[in-house]
Design a protein around this ligand. Sequence first.
Ligand code: SAM
Length: 304
Amino acid sequence: MSATSWKCAVAETEVVSPGLWLVSTPIGNMGDMTVRAREVLQAAKVVCCEDTRRSGRLLAAISATPERFIVVNEHTEHDAIDTVANLVTSGYVVALISDAGTPAISDPGERLVRAMVERSLPVWSAPGPTALVAAIIVSGFPTDRFVFEGFLPRSGAERRERLAEVSRERRTCVLYEAPHRIERTLIDLVESCGAERRVCLTRELTKMHEELWRGTLAEAVTHVQLTEPRGEYVLVLDATPAITLEITDDDIVGALNDRRGLGLSTRDSVDEVATVLNVSRKRVYDLATSTDNPGANSPKRRKN
Ligand code: SAM
């Protein structure tokens, strides 16, 4: 491919240059809509979006009135390529937005951009909110180098391999997760990265019920089990190699009591605590059966 370079006019003349524009929209708080995103969306005659009803509301709120919508989602993105390329070639401003945040970040956009690049057509960005940046900057973990993992594969060998990669990673790791899968993912991360790896769980960033929670992976499992997971999560894993902290009998008894409080049987509690704290099942079982019998247990410190 020959070298191409384009000059964007919007910053200099306030006229939005023709091309495909990737425009970031808020991840919750409408106050995060940038002035430039507004200008580009108001200038765009064509808007590509995942959901016309949802994006239609956003565009109405900023008085943007495109002549045409093109639905771009994981199923339709490929088919939209020729249409978008023809519009851009004809001199249109075509904006691409996703349901929330930055397009092409765990959202449609990547294939469309690649196709424009292959055709030497101009692509511009109006950057703004994205959950991954919002989460990592408040995590307290190193931000000089980090890895964005997006959503882990749902199951099978692909998931196991990715979890193994995350466990070996020496940079801060950022993962996206849906509320109904957060507990499973945290349990899997405990197994791969160890119970003591530190994590920052961010939930509903920029929204009314925004929550930041910090602790170890094992504590995070208990946290999501005790609170009903709701809303959108970003999980930030500390880069620092796990320091092998000593798990005390008190830690185990506390974790067993949490599970019993949730109504789990002794057997299920033992299995889960052994996995989450990465200690032998026999040790947990012995403590569980002695705590069934008050007075028999006198917690003392010992190694895993
Ligand atoms: N393109 C978006 C971006 O720039 O962040 C991401 C879209 S992806 C389909 C949706 C995932 O992003 C959610 O499952 C969650 O992991 C994360 N996410 C989006 N908005 C969020 C928010 N307000 N708080 C926490 N996580 C959020």
